[in-house]
Write a protein that binds this ligand. Structure first.
Ligand SMILES: [Zn+2]
Length: 158
């Protein structure tokens, strides 16, 4: 099942801070599956629960393993616990803000602590696209959109 994507920079669901996941049950597993299907159908590199209408702290990352190899992973209650001093400016876009692009500064590498679908504690050291995507998704859980952070020109495509 493909979930409906919440759209718009002033959408109240996208602007609300999400609550922590405390129940790692069948319902969560089902929701994660639907989020993964939705992200893949829309060719996203990530998807956060508020983008599909739920203000809960879970996000999907289409984890890049190789040049063209990706594997979707679910991160519940993700938190950046360490980051490089170095930042990188790259253009970003968002499924919730179709047609809008702009350069955002992000940490070049980031260590993220999270729980998997079963509630087990995990940590990943990310760089490149993975590090950028996880920072973008965690922002969604805090009601922050990438347009809030664009430096320079906002590019609109129709
Ligand atoms: Zn987004």
């Amino acid at each position: 099942m493909i979930l409906k994507i919440q759209i718009g920079r002033d959408n109240p669901i996208l602007r609300k801070k999400s609550v922590k996941i405390s129940k790692f049950d069948k319902k969560l597993k089902k929701f994660v599956k639907q989020m993964i299907a939705t992200m893949l159908a829309k060719n996203g590199v990530g998807l956060a629960a508020p983008q599909v209408g739920r203000n809960e702290r879970v996000a999907i990352l289409n984890f890049q393993l190789g040049r063209k190899k990706f594997k979707p992973i679910a991160l519940a209650n993700p938190e950046i616990v360490d980051a490089s001093m170095e930042t990188m400016m790259e253009e970003e876009g968002c499924l919730s803000l179709p047609g809008i692009f702009g350069k955002v500064k992000r940490w070049k590498t980031a260590t993220v602590k999270f729980q998997d679908e079963a509630g087990n504690p995990r940590a990943l050291e990310l760089d490149g696209l993975n590090a950028r995507a996880v920072q973008h998704e965690i922002d969604h859980l805090d009601g922050i959109l990438f347009v809030d952070k664009i430096e320079g020109e906002i590019r609109e495509e129709k």
